[in-house]
Design a protein around this ligand. Structure first.
Ligand code: SF4
Ligand code: SF4
Length: 350
């Protein structure tokens, strides 16, 4: 592999038409900022953030359903800390807790099982959000629940599949010239999974890790592919990502979950873009929240457009004024992987 310096030198020599590359994953966005990579790119190469943050793409209707569950008698709503301040249809989970809802922050989903065993009279609802990266953990929870005969845990599922979202973006004519494939998701689904994107839409994909060298190599690869008119999938993270993914994790996912249509914040319902429990495990489901889902943003917030790279966080009139990490208006400012929060933390580099 070329050194990062050689990659950057080659990228800076690029003199073709403007290129727009999407880094799908929020951690990539963060690494790109922190490493200063954005600062050294030529003006013709623009990096845009994608839909890879699980918090940002979770619709307000889902948060609304979680808040409602937390207020019902004998329920405990368990969630990760980064979901607490995400605005929903009727406030956030933090507000629901302040108003008496039983909301418990967990650091590991497995914690929920111990809580459930100790309090058999209560029902514990787990907010199951994320992408293919977190799905094996929920599957392991189910495995453990079956083994320990735990019956008082339910999953409020809003787990997303990354490929349908990328297809949606490509099919919508959003003019993406290349994707930097997310390292963690790719470790589960495998690099070959992106062939449908490169094949059907002629958009190259470079799967990358999270270090400066990985990202420089991915950008160089995409520039090179665009220059050559090629649209292949190149796996630049082979120590972690295999062509076919993590077979054990995929088998476990398939045992408990099945693909279904689901709603994305700002994007709407995308066919086959989510995972729900298989009918055989329906007793562990918190039910369908999509039916009353609200995919709209808080008034004036551009998150839906930021998620698909159609707007930069700085295009939003609230950025850094009405909307900051301490007082967020939309989810992209709440999450550590959200584009607005990352841009805000790196605002002196903009
Ligand atoms: S889970 Fe990993 S790959 Fe997915 S968005 Fe987060 S950091 Fe990126
Ligand atoms: S700056 Fe705030 S209000 Fe604007 S798009 Fe981002 S999260 Fe939404």
């Amino acid at each position: 592999m070329k050194s990062a310096a050689d990659c950057l030198r080659a990228i800076r020599e690029y003199s073709g038409p403007p290129l727009r590359f999407m880094e799908v994953c929020g951690t990539h966005t963060d690494s790109i900022f922190r490493s200063g990579l954005r600062d050294v790119l030529p003006e013709t190469i623009r990096l845009i953030s994608g839909p890879g943050c699980p918090v940002c793409v979770t619709p307000g209707g889902y948060i609304g359903a979680a808040c409602r569950l937390s207020r019902e008698d004998n329920n405990v709503l368990c969630t990760f800390g980064d979901m607490m301040r995400v605005p929903g249809t009727a406030g956030s989970l933090a507000e629901a807790r302040a108003q008496g809802g039983r909301v418990r922050i967990v650091y590991s989903p497995m914690e929920v099982l111990d809580l459930a065993e100790k309090a058999p009279d209560l029902t514990f609802y787990m907010t199951a959000v994320g992408f293919e990266t977190t799905l094996p953990i929920y599957a392991l929870m189910l495995e453990e629940m079956c083994r320990r005969n735990i019956k008082n845990v339910r999953f409020l599922t809003a787990v997303k599949a990354i490929l349908p979202a990328l297809r949606w973006i490509c099919a919508g004519g959003h003019a993406i010239d290349g994707f930097i494939g997310p390292g963690h998701v790719s470790a589960i689904i495998g690099a070959d999974a992106y062939r449908e994107i490169s094949g059907d839409f002629g958009v190259p994909v470079a799967v990358a890790g999270f270090e400066y060298e990985h990202l420089a190599a991915a950008l160089w690869d995409l520039v090179n592919q665009c220059r050559a008119g090629s649209a292949a999938v190149h796996n630049l993270y082979p120590n972690v990502v295999t062509p076919s993914g993590n077979t054990a994790a995929l088998t476990l996912i398939d045992k408990y979950f099945v693909k279904a249509d689901t709603a994305w914040r700002g994007l709407g319902v995308i066919e086959g873009s989510g995972y729900v429990l298989r009918p055989a495990f329906a007793e562990y489901s918190a039910g369908d929240w999509d039916a009353d889902s609200d995919i709209s943003e808080p008034p004036g917030c551009l998150c839906g457009s930021v998620i698909i790279g159609a707007s930069a966080p700085t295009d939003c009139p609230f950025f850094g004024t009405r909307c900051t990490p301490l007082d967020p208006v939309g989810p992209c400012m709440v999450s550590a992987e959200g584009a607005c929060g990352i841009y805000y933390r790196n605002r002196e580099r903009l």
